[in-house]
Design a protein around this ligand. Structure first.
Ligand code: SF4
Length: 343
C-alpha cells in the first residue's frame, strides 16, 4: 500500500477530512506530520526563503518531517481558488515549485491544481490524474471524492457546534458525530456557539472573545502560541469564524463597498462585522502574520470596521515571545472586563 504524506499546515486545517477520505478511498495510507513543535519550526525557518511568512515556513518544516518518515508521496496541492470569484493567497500557487527548489530529498509531490473558477471538468481531470497514480478507475475516483465531500459536511457541523478546527479534526478522526450545540445566529442572539466550551477549571466562561485570523495560524499551537487555549484558560469563551453560519458571514462581507476577492480575507471581514453586531461578543482579536500581504489589508479593514467592540491586532512572526503574547492577552481581558463592569 502506498503512503501519502499530508503536511499539518496551511489548508490542512480546512480540508483534511476531504483529503484523508479521498486518498483512503483510492487505497492509500495517509500519514500526517506531527503537531507543530520547535524542531519543525526551526527546520522550516532554515529551509524556506527569508521573505516567506511564518505559516509557509512552518509548512516547509512539516514537509521535511514527512521526508524523514519516508512516505511515497507528499500531497502539496497548487491551490488557486476554492470558491467562485475568489482566490487564495498567491503563495499557495507556488508552494510545489518552492518545495522542489528548496527541499532536498523530496519524494514525488502530488501537486494537482485546485482552481474551481475553471469549472468542475478541470477539477475532475486533475482528480483522475491523482487516481491514475494509484491505479484507480474514474468511478473509484468519483466515489472517493463524493465520500470526502460527505465527511466535510460532518466536519463542518462539528466545527459549527463550537469547536476550533484543530479540535474538530480530532473529534472527526475519532468518529465523533456530535452536533448537539446550536450554530451561531445573530438573529436569535444566542450568538456564541460553543456550548462545549469551558475554562480549564471547568467553570462557565464569563467573557466571550472573537478570534480572527487564518486557520493555519490560529489553530497551529506554535504559530498562535496556543491563543485559543490560553483565552479559555483565562475564562473566556472563544468564537472563531468556522463556528459561525457561513451564509451570515457571506452576507456581512457583502456589505463592503468593494468585493473582497481573497477567500480567507472575505471570511475574516464577514466574521468581524458579524462579531461587531453580536452583543454577546465582548472583544475581538485579529491574529496576523508579519509579512503577510493580505493580512496588512484585511486587518486594517477589520480594525476600522470593528469600532464599537474592543479590538486587538496581534502580529506574530518567528521571533514573537510567549511572554509578550500572554501579557497582551491578559491586559485585553482585564480591559474588557472593566469595560463591562462600567457598562
Ligand atoms: S495569506 Fe498571508 S499568512 Fe497566508 S500564506 Fe499568504 S502571506 Fe502567508
Amino acid at each position: 500500500m502506498k503512503t501519502v504524506g499530508i503536511p499539518r499546515g496551511l489548508f490542512y486545517y480546512y480540508y483534511y477530512p476531504l483529503w484523508k477520505t479521498f486518498f483512503a478511498g483510492l487505497g492509500a495510507r495517509v500519514v500526517v506530520s506531527p503537531v507543530t513543535n520547535r524542531r519543525i519550526v526551526d527546520d522550516g525557518i532554515l529551509t524556506a526563503v527569508d521573505e516567506a511568512c511564518l505559516p509557509v515556513k512552518v509548512y516547509y518544516g512539516h514537509v521535511k518531517e514527512l521526508c524523514r518518515q519516508g512516505v511515497d508521496f507528499i500531497f502539496a496541492p497548487r491551490l488557486v481558488s476554492v470558491e467562485q470569484r475568489c482566490y487564495i493567497c498567491p503563495k499557495f500557487m507556488g508552494i510545489p515549485d518552492m518545495l522542489r527548489a528548496q527541499v532536498p530529498g523530496l519524494p514525488p509531490l502530488i501537486d494537482i491544481k485546485i482552481d474551481v473558477t475553471r469549472g468542475e471538468r478541470d477539477l475532475k481531470r486533475n482528480m483522475y490524474q491523482v487516481g491514475a497514480l494509484f491505479g484507480c478507475t474514474r468511478k473509484a475516483v468519483d466515489d472517493a471524492y463524493r465520500a470526502g465531500a460527505e465527511e466535510m459536511k460532518r466536519f463542518h457541523s462539528i466545527a459549527r457546534s463550537g469547536h476550533p478546527l484543530n479540535d474538530a479534526i480530532e473529534l472527526w478522526e475519532k468518529g465523533n458525530r456530535h452536533t448537539g450545540y446550536p450554530a451561531c445566529s445573530p438573529a436569535t442572539g444566542t450568538g456564541v456557539a460553543g456550548g462545549s466550551q469551558e475554562t480549564a477549571a471547568g467553570c462557565s466562561a464569563s467573557l466571550t472573545v472573537g478570534v480572527l485570523g487564518h486557520g493555519y495560524s490560529v489553530y497551529d499551537p506554535v504559530i498562535s502560541m496556543d491563543l485559543v487555549k490560553r483565552l479559555r484558560e483565562m475564562g473566556c469563551k472563544v468564537v472563531t469564524p468556522e463556528m459561525l453560519d457561513p451564509q451570515e458571514v457571506e452576507n456581512q462581507a457583502s456589505t463592503l463597498p468593494k468585493r473582497m476577492f481573497w477567500s480567507l480575507g472575505k471570511k475574516m471581514i464577514g466574521s468581524g462585522l458579524w462579531m461587531e453586531q453580536e452583543a454577546s461578543i465582548d472583544g475581538v482579536i485579529y491574529l496576523a502574520c508579519f509579512g503577510c500581504g493580505p493580512d496588512s489589508l484585511v486587518g486594517e479593514i477589520v480594525e476600522r470596521r470593528v469600532s464599537h467592540t474592543p479590538f486587538m491586532l496581534l502580529t506574530v512572526d518567528e521571533h514573537t515571545g510567549e511572554a509578550g503574547i500572554v501579557t497582551r492577552l491578559e491586559a485585553f481581558c482585564d480591559m474588557i472586563t472593566r469595560r463591562r463592569r462600567l457598562a
